[in-house]
Write a protein that binds this ligand. Structure first.
Ligand code: ARG
Length: 575
């Protein structure tokens, strides 16, 4: 079993879950203080004792074992001294599946199975993840980067932990803008142009309509939208054409980012499911009239009313989300439903979840808005108002181009150069979007993201390539048995970092925070490189050391590759 989890369970602080204890156990910056430390300040309130007293009590109670050789209380911290050989033995055992090819493939859900007694994680649970959720006929721009890569990472993370994941692309495919588009198409467009120009041609039509629209054109657009709604054949065929062109376009980008969806049910899918939801609201006596509109009053929660139907009887974005939530619960019976959407929509989701709670649905508590900050480019922020939209495709291409130039310079004989440039360039964009706490606004810089020596995916990828080339040279060397290993500082630090991987994945799921995995990758890669520089691996001093170091290198490579893989980043064989 994972030894940190083992320590957490053994500590058993009343009123605190082992999960919480586990997350609090940290590696102190100064190793003379201990190999691990548990700050007890957090528990003072619950236990109504001083942190100093708590640490002392825990220290007294803790019986040392194979891994923890001594425990001491210092100023409210519980410090653990670890027996290196004991730690390595446990590590070698926990990670042994990674040492065979089949084992490595099957190494999913590992983290969940190892430590789930008191947590609500684990197999057989279903999580719906609503992410990316693009708008038909509109640009797929840099504003969609975060939702796509955060949602994609969360999908992989939850799958890794044994969940059944339903990835949902809640398409923006309903609204008067489609009437405008048809009107514009009829005026200025034709099938050949739209098919050749794809999404860009469609977007141009839409932009042109908005800049030239007269009263009369607006009326015409409303009429076309009515035709779509009433099932008019021609209007719907045109709409389907716009939709399939948009989807074909975005799917190419999804392939590059390694994301997939199980459902593309967009807003229009829910139109015929709205009456049933309205009826439920009415039965509960929650619908009130307000200036002709039908709303749910949320004043007692300090929120504006949730508008369900406009005065002309039309539904809104919010109404469609309400119907979608019920549909998802009925269809997937989720344990959790995540909405990976920018923080600008905080209020919308607070209202939505509150309305469902007021309807008496106990699963309202399982709805989570996973909010994130804005991404802009160093060389020009994205702005739709000025018509200056940064297409995500262009960001990827530019990054790949720059990656190719750097690779050509660093390694002129590189095989598969195009493929590697794609892996490096796209990886840099993904990592750049995932490296910080998701709620932060970020400014993306190509040069920073592609720096081989920076806190970047390139650095981690390069580390993997380095480890792979060492492993190539160690073909016949056996793995270490795990017994009686003497670790030096570098090896010990690396083992500690690698051992955190399963916990990190789990914490990333609990906090909906893929950045935890990105940070883990960075730290583990840095410690691997220190180990690589200071310790001879291929020409190690003894056979025993050679197999120990091979084992470490192998596990470092495999976990780093998994870590990047969970983020959607591939690892080139060579760089
Ligand atoms: N299409 C929406 C937008 O671009 C995002 C939809 C998010 N998902 C949801 N269920 N509301 O703002």
């Amino acid at each position: 079993m994972d030894y940190k989890a083992y320590i957490a369970e053994k500590l058993a602080v009343d009123g605190v879950s082992p999960e919480e204890i586990l997350e609090s156990i940290a590696v102190p910056p100064d190793p003379t203080l201990g190999d691990y430390a548990l700050p007890c300040f957090k528990f003072a309130k619950i236990l109504r004792k001083s942190p100093v007293a708590i640490a002392e009590e825990l220290a007294k109670r803790y019986e040392t074992d194979e891994i923890v050789s001594s425990v001491s209380a210092v100023n409210g911290y519980l410090n653990f001294q670890v027996d290196r050989a004991g730690l390595f033995k446990n590590f070698r055992e926990s990670f042994s599946p990674l040492l065979t090819e089949e084992g490595e493939k099957a190494w999913t859900g590992y983290a969940a199975r190892e430590f789930t007694k008191n947590s609500d994680m684990g197999a057989k649970k279903t999580v719906c993840i609503d992410y990316s959720s693009v708008n038909i006929a509109k640009p797929f721009h840099i504003g969609h980067l975060s939702t796509t890569v955060i949602g994609g990472a969360l999908s992989r993370i939850y799958r890794f932990l044994g969940y059944n994941v339903v990835g949902i692309n809640h398409l923006g495919d309903y609204g008067t803008q489609f009437g405008k588009l048809i009107s514009a198409y009829k005026r200025w467009g034709n099938r050949a142009d739209v098919e050749a120009g794809g999404i860009h041609a469609i977007n141009d039509l839409y932009v042109r309509f908005n800049s030239e629209a007269t009263e009369e054109m607006e009326a015409e657009a409303r009429e076309y939208f009515r035709l779509i709604e009433n099932g008019d054949r021609e209007a719907n065929e045109l709409f389907e054409t716009f939709k399939s062109i948009t989807l074909a376009y975005v799917k190419k980008i999804y392939d590059r980012l390694h994301v997939t969806f199980d459902s593309y049910c967009g807003e229009s899918f829910y139109i015929d499911k709205i009456p049933a939801v309205i009826e439920k609201l009415e039965k509960k006596g929650l619908l009130v009239e307000s200036r002709g509109a039908k709303v749910v009053d949320l004043e007692e929660y300090g929120m504006p009313p949730f508008i369900v139907l406009r005065s002309d009887g039309a539904s809104l974005y919010a109404t469609r989300d309400l119907a979608a939530a019920f549909y998802r619960k009925e269809t997937y019976d989720f344990d959790k439903c995540l909405y990976v959407v920018a923080y600008q929509q905080n209020l919308h989701f607070q209202q939505l979840f509150r309305v469902i709670e007021r309807m008496g649905e106990p699963w309202a508590k399982d709805l989570v808005h996973v909010a994130y900050g804005m991404v802009s480019l160093e060389d020009g922020a994205m702005s739709t108002r000025k018509g200056k939209v940064v297409w995500l495709e262009d960001v990827l291409s530019r990054s790949v181009e720059k990656a190719a130039a750097i690779l050509a310079e660093k390694n002129p004989d590189l095989k598969d150069r195009e493929k590697v440039a794609e892996q490096v360039g796209v990886g840099a964009v993904i990592f750049g979007a995932l490296y910080n706490n998701k709620i932060k606004d970020i400014v993306f810089s190509y040069d920073k993201a592609l720096n081989f020596d920076g806190e970047t995916s390139v650095y981690v990828q390069y580390t993997c390539a380095r480890a792979a080339s060492v492993l190539d040279k160690l073909g016949g060397v056996p793995f270490h048995s795990g017994e009686g290993a003497q670790l030096n500082e570098r090896e010990f630090a690396l083992v500690k970092a690698l051992a955190e991987f399963p916990d990190t994945v789990r914490a990333a799921a609990v906090h909906y925070e893929p950045s935890m995995i990105a940070r883990w990758c960075m730290n583990a890669a840095q410690l691997f490189n220190k180990f690589y520089i200071d310790c001879r691996i291929v020409n190690a001093e003894t056979e025993e050391l050679r197999s120990l170091r091979k084992t470490l290198t192998h596990i470092a490579f495999s976990t780093l590759k998994k870590g990047l893989g969970l983020l959607g980043i591939e690892v080139p064989k060579e760089m």
